[in-house]
Design a protein around this ligand. Structure first.
Ligand SMILES: [Fe+2]
Length: 286
């Protein structure tokens, strides 16, 4: 069974892979493991090595075929499910919007190449140690997926405006949307990691945004010049479109799930404030 399942998940784009996937689908159908409608999808996609049967299955409302246990696709699928389950427990003004976006996500048929990042290399482990006491299942799912995550820095801000410490002290990894293992149109779910004590200066963006922090404490404000509000792990922060926000990381690395529910390709902008110096020098306790 595993052989046929592995062959069914032959990476897209390889010469002849469409026919390999169809051959595997016929075997799984013969064993009663997929339906005739699912088999039809693999048959129709078979002449096209780059066509993603998972996308066609989703378009037709058919269930995806689970990848073999332990493969990167299966591990990323488990992370997506753990993240979705956790987010569904939270209460915040945009919950319906987030739930609808998660419902549009489907397996992308290909797991992007993993990409290491110095911030993740240094801080993901300590962050997960803390997150495990708050959300053990989700922390375990992130830890299992860690070797397969593709970490990047957000590069839309001018360096002088966002500052060196944030530019060099953060990393993102997509879970759904963009080129992630789960695809979705104009929606993004991912992990966001910031090193201890870093200030993420005042900024805003058109995308409605959820932060679901798995570590804490951290400081927030929602207009330049306002005092910080300190929040613990587990308290969601919902930012409506264009709402200013700032995050001051505390003594432990900041790890959160983030969601952008629309306008994901519109860049964020830094908003000027006169008190970044003292905030960058400040150490939150807790
Ligand atoms: Fe934001």
């Amino acid at each position: 069974m595993d052989d046929a399942l592995h062959l069914l998940h032959t990476p897209l784009g390889l010469a002849g892979s469409g026919r390999v996937r169809y051959g595997a689908a016929m075997e799984l159908y013969r064993r009663g493991m997929i339906s005739e409608a699912q088999l039809d999808v693999y048959r129709e996609a078979s002449p096209f090595d780059g066509r993603d049967p998972a996308r066609l299955l989703a378009d037709r409302g058919l269930p995806p075929v689970a990848p073999p246990p332990g493969t990167p696709a299966a591990v990323m699928q488990a992370l997506f499910a753990a993240a979705r389950d956790y987010l569904s427990t939270l209460s915040f003004p945009g919950a319906a919007e987030v739930r609808a976006g998660l419902g549009r996500c489907s397996p992308a048929g290909r797991v992007p190449a993993a990409r290491r990042h110095p911030v993740a290399d240094r801080w993901l482990g300590p962050a997960l140690d803390r997150a495990a006491s708050h959300q053990p299942q989700l922390a375990a799912a992130i830890a299992r997926a860690a070797p397969h995550l593709a970490w990047i820095s957000y590069d839309a801000y001018p360096r002088a405006a966002i500052g060196d410490s944030f530019a060099e002290g953060h990393a993102f990894a997509a879970i759904a949307g963009g080129s992630a293992a789960y695809s979705a149109e104009d929606f993004e779910l991912g992990l966001f990691l910031i090193a201890p004590d870093v200030l993420y200066r005042d900024h805003c963006h058109r995308a409605p945004e959820l932060y679901a922090p798995l570590t804490g404490p951290h400081g927030w404000r929602f207009a330049p010049g306002r005092p910080l509000i300190v929040k613990p792990a587990g308290e969601p922060v919902w930012n409506p479109p264009l709402q200013p926000h700032l995050t001051k990381v505390g003594p432990v690395p900041f790890l959160c799930l983030f969601v952008w529910t629309s306008h994901v390709n519109e860049p964020a902008q830094v908003l000027p404030a006169s008190d970044w110096g003292p905030l960058e020098a400040r150490h939150l306790t807790g």
